[in-house]
Structure formats: C-alpha cells, structure tokens
Design a protein around this ligand. Structure first.
Ligand code: FE2
Length: 191
C-alpha cells in the first residue's frame, strides 16, 4: 500500500519500493506479474521511440493498484477498484499532466477504443474483457465524442495500446533501475 506521506525527494524511491515489494504480485489473471507488465509497457514504449512522458506513463499506469484501499484481486471478484483514479490522483502530486492523464484515462481509453475501433476488441486479453464489463463496457457515442476532445488523447491511446501489448510471458526488459534517472528528471520538472 502506498502511504500518503511521500515527498518529492522520496517519490522515486517509494515507487522503486512498490516495484520491489509488490512487483511479483500476479496481474489480474494475466501470464505476467505486475512488475513485468509495467516494465514491458515502458520497454515497448521505448522501443517504439515514444517520448519520455509516454514511457513513464506506461511504467506507472497500474501503480494505483497500490494507492487504493482495495487490493487488485478485488477487480477479479466483480468489483472495480478504480485504480486508474487513485493512481493518477497520487501521481499528480509529483508528476505533470503528460504522465498523469494517460494513467487516469487508461481504463476509459479501453471503453473508447472498443466503441470507435471495430477491430480493437480482438486484441484484448480475456482478463481485460472481463474487467471491461465492470468498468462500464463500450462508451456511448456521446461519451466517445467527449473523450476524443481530451488534450492528451494521443498519449492516452498510446499508453492504452502499450498496456494491452505488455502481457507477454518471458519478455526480457530492463529492470526498474533503468527508468530511475528519467523518473527523477520528471519529478524535478514537475516542481
Ligand atoms: Fe495495465
């Protein structure tokens, strides 16, 4: 569980602790652990030449599972723990909107893409499809139109697709330490 007392100097160390302490947790019925999933998302972003803010949003997108009073398993028990909101609210104290908003919107982005892209549903894992229903299902046309106006839409969609792709058992990635200098730069940039 993330404490609410972290300060800017301690935040990177605290995130590192989360990866170390909770990284081996299973990821909601997927074949990768939570840490593997988030490291894969960041690694794929880096391989695709994405910006640092997209790489870091991918790295942090599920951290809210540990900023929430409800454990991640709750999502599998038919209850939505709204980890995207708790994660984004917590990260917003230390990081700018380019990183925070893709985290906040990564669940909504799934609901959006299911609504506007007919082929998207086929690339979702079974666990992702199961949670989609709990998260509200496909957006209505009205919801999708409003979502498309988000200032960070492009980054939001990128992080969602990275999330979907980062579920490969056995993929080799750099470890958390690789991202520490980048994280530190963005904490400082956020002031
Ligand atoms: Fe994820």
């Amino acid at each position: 569980m993330i404490t609410q007392t972290a300060n800017a100097e301690g935040i990177v160390g605290l995130i590192e602790d989360i990866f170390a302490l909770h990284g081996a947790d299973s990821y909601l019925g997927e074949e990768v652990t939570m840490a593997e999933h988030m490291l894969q998302a960041a690694h794929l972003a880096e391989q695709q030449g994405e910006s640092e803010s997209v790489i870091l949003a991918a790295l942090l997108h599920d951290v809210g599972h540990y900023a929430n009073a409800l454990p991640p398993e709750v999502l599998m028990n038919g209850q939505d723990n709204r980890h995207q909101v708790s994660g984004a609210d917590w990260l917003a104290r230390f990081f700018p909107a380019e990183i925070v908003e893709p985290v906040r919107q990564h669940v909504a982005a799934k609901r959006y893409l299911v609504a506007v892209e007919p082929s998207y549903r086929a690339c979702l894992s079974q666990a992702s499809l199961d949670s989609l229903a709990l998260q509200g299902g496909a957006m209505t046309e009205e919801e999708a139109q409003a979502f498309a106006q988000l200032p960070q839409l492009e980054a939001v969609i990128k992080v969602r697709r990275l999330d979907d792709a980062a579920k490969v058992a056995g993929m080799q990635t750099p470890d958390f330490a690789h991202y520490k200098p980048m994280l530190q730069r963005w904490v400082l940039a956020a002031g």
